[in-house]
Design a protein around this ligand. Sequence first.
Ligand SMILES: Cc1cc2nc3c(=O)[nH]c(=O)nc-3n(C[C@H](O)[C@H](O)[C@H](O)COP(=O)(O)O)c2cc1C
Length: 186
Amino acid sequence: MTINSAPTARRVAVLVGSLRADSLNRKVAELLRDQAPEGVVIDIVDGLADLPFYEETLDAEATPAAAVALRDRVAAADALLAITPEYNGTMPAVLNNAIDWLSRPYGAGAIVAKPFGVLGTTPTPFGGKWAHEDAQRSARIAGAAVVDGAVVSQSVLEIDPLTDVDAIERFHGVVNALLAFEPAAA
Ligand SMILES: Cc1cc2nc3c(=O)[nH]c(=O)nc-3n(C[C@H](O)[C@H](O)[C@H](O)COP(=O)(O)O)c2cc1C
């Protein structure tokens, strides 16, 4: 057993908002996974394409296996990180749908109280900031503990996010902020 699979490891579940095989955002997720420090597991949760669109009756009568698996993976994590591009000024539907599944049962979904952050890249000057703002708002309404500053919207017009040292440091900074998060005392 490697140290990163030790039971004491801190886990960050990652939802990738692009289904594209050659997705740059997926590659950023894989880079963070491969560069995770000792004792930290970056768990890229696959299978988002297998989730049906959220539907309450379906969830009540026969929660799909893909949704059960998603909920289990996120419930087992210490924090949740979305790594996503922007589609038409907001987050891709696949990510929005995953957040919907994680938001139920109401008040007890796997996302509830989970430290949440978001980062991503797009080939525009804004780096997907509207998608990232919307993901934060949606996660907050779903019950997540959206962590201040745990967001990076990285334009890739001028840099390669897989090799740019400053960008990679900012990405790691989001993971670090999630793992350092402590809820405010009641
Ligand atoms: C349907 C669609 C809508 C898009 N809308 C936006 C947008 O609103 N803002 C933006 O910055 N990029 C937009 N893009 C460009 C994506 O950010 C770009 O294709 C990105 O590289 C996709 O990420 P990926 O490499 O992880 O698949 C859009 C792309 C698609 C396919």
